[in-house]
Design a protein around this ligand. Structure first.
Ligand code: ZN
Length: 408
């Protein structure tokens, strides 16, 4: 079974999300935030309380002196799993119904391993986290599998030969669901990172862009608090925007895409052409070790290695140009950098993006655009995947309320 990717949450799901984001909130504030009538709020909140998803936690005084009963999410109402996977890295998280992270584990990515074996390893890691945290499988609402695109969310498959031809059309969500015995949805990694960043609450605006860099480069945009999904949730593929004519061929069929010109693989490949640098930093050059090599270059750059610094600077300038395009297309004033490639190299890239935005964003005189580095660069996407489960399952209580729509 797989969680069908619903375009919008139900009204109950929307209210749950508002309570989850606020932490503590009254019915009056819920009505103000949602635009729903007091009567609708009363009706839905009563159902949410009866189903154990929300509980009352005391009262506050309103401006007119009338006591207001306060609501909070019941964190015990369920658990969601987030699994981020790409060629070189994987992260597994468990979050409670309030969206708080219960446990995290990092492991190797898909590499040269088959989809079957990769998903089996990930399922084993989930089992270990469930055991470690004492969470019964019956409390797990579902899992969000977060990976690169292009993907078909409805069918839970990738539409690409990356990282190997065996991954194209492989039934990812069905296989992981069978292993975990919970529903699984597929989510784009950059989109999930945007959801994770929004949830972390460090982004001081409801409209912002994300540039996600791990093994590849992707993007996400949140508009007025809602993730922009485009036609089929394969949005903001900024890694496949060509920065100039000519250039290196890309797997997508274009030439000169940002990903092949400036992504970690390109930086490492350029570094490997320098024998001294390769020997000095023990760069391995294996596709499965790209992020390890990239991290070595980033550490060397931080430590003052001029060769490493020049390579990252060149990549950072290209990422800056892409950030300007993103800001100009969506009228943004904030771009967040997230993804495991920024775990060490983040500050250097953030400087380049900030400089490019301050010099070249079209509306910089009206609203100066800022670049922010995620405080959770390596885990934001996995957390976003788990939050997608909480949102897609609407009320989260399988079978007891308007639970997730299941497909065979
Ligand atoms: Zn491309």
């Amino acid at each position: 079974m797989s969680l069908v990717a619903t375009a919008r949450p139900s009204t109950a799901g929307l209210l749950l999300d508002l309570v989850r984001t606020a932490g503590t909130i009254s019915r009056v504030e819920l009505a103000q935030s949602s635009g729903l009538t007091a009567g609708t709020i009363t009706h839905i909140v009563r159902d949410l309380i009866q189903n154990g998803l929300v509980h009352e936690v005391g009262r506050s005084q309103s401006a007119r002196g009338t006591p207001r009963r306060l609501l909070q999410i019941n964190p015990q109402a369920g658990v969601a799993i987030g699994v981020q996977l790409d060629r070189t890295t994987a992260t597994v998280v468990l979050v409670d119904f309030a969206g708080h992270t219960l446990a995290t584990a990092g492991l190797r990515g898909a590499g040269q391993v088959s989809p079957e074996e990769t998903l089996s390893t990930l399922a084993g890691q989930v089992d270990e986290l469930l055991t470690r945290t004492g969470v019964a499988r019956g409390r797990v609402l579902g899992a969000g599998l977060v990976t690169h695109g292009p993907q078909d969310r409805q069918r839970g498959v990738l539409l690409t030969d990356q990282p190997a031809p065996s991954w194209r059309e492989f039934p990812l969500t069905r296989t992981l669901s069978a292993a975990l015995q919970v529903p699984v949805l597929l989510e784009n990694d950059a989109t999930a990172a945007a959801i994770g960043e929004q949830w972390a609450g460090d982004v001081p605006t409801a409209t912002f862009g994300v540039i996600y860099m791990a093994s590849g480069i992707g993007g996400g945009v949140v508009v007025d608090g809602e993730v922009y999904r485009g036609r089929a949730s394969n949005t903001i593929e900024i890694g496949h925007v060509a920065l100039g004519s000519g250039g290196v061929p890309c797997v997508c069929g274009n030439r000169g895409c940002l990903e092949v010109m400036a992504g970690p693989s390109a930086v490492v490949a350029r570094a490997r052409q320098d024998e001294d640098l390769t020997a000095r930093l023990s760069l391995r050059g294996s596709p499965d070790q790209t992020l390890t090599d990239f991290e070595r270059l980033a550490r060397a750059s931080l430590g003052g290695d001029a060769g490493a610094r020049a390579l990252l600077d060149e990549s950072g300038r290209q990422l800056g140009r892409a950030a300007v395009a993103l800001v100009n297309l969506f009228d943004l004033d904030t771009v967040v950098l997230a993804g495991s490639a920024f775990a060490v190299a983040g500050p250097q890239y953030c400087d380049h993006v900030a400089r490019a935005l301050s010099r070249h964003a079209l509306c910089r005189e009206l609203t100066p655009a800022r670049a922010l580095l995620s405080a959770n660069a390596a885990t934001a996407a996995a957390v976003g995947g788990a939050l997608s489960v909480l949102r897609s399952s609407a009320t989260g209580a399988r079978g007891r309320f308007a639970g997730p729509r299941l497909v065979p």
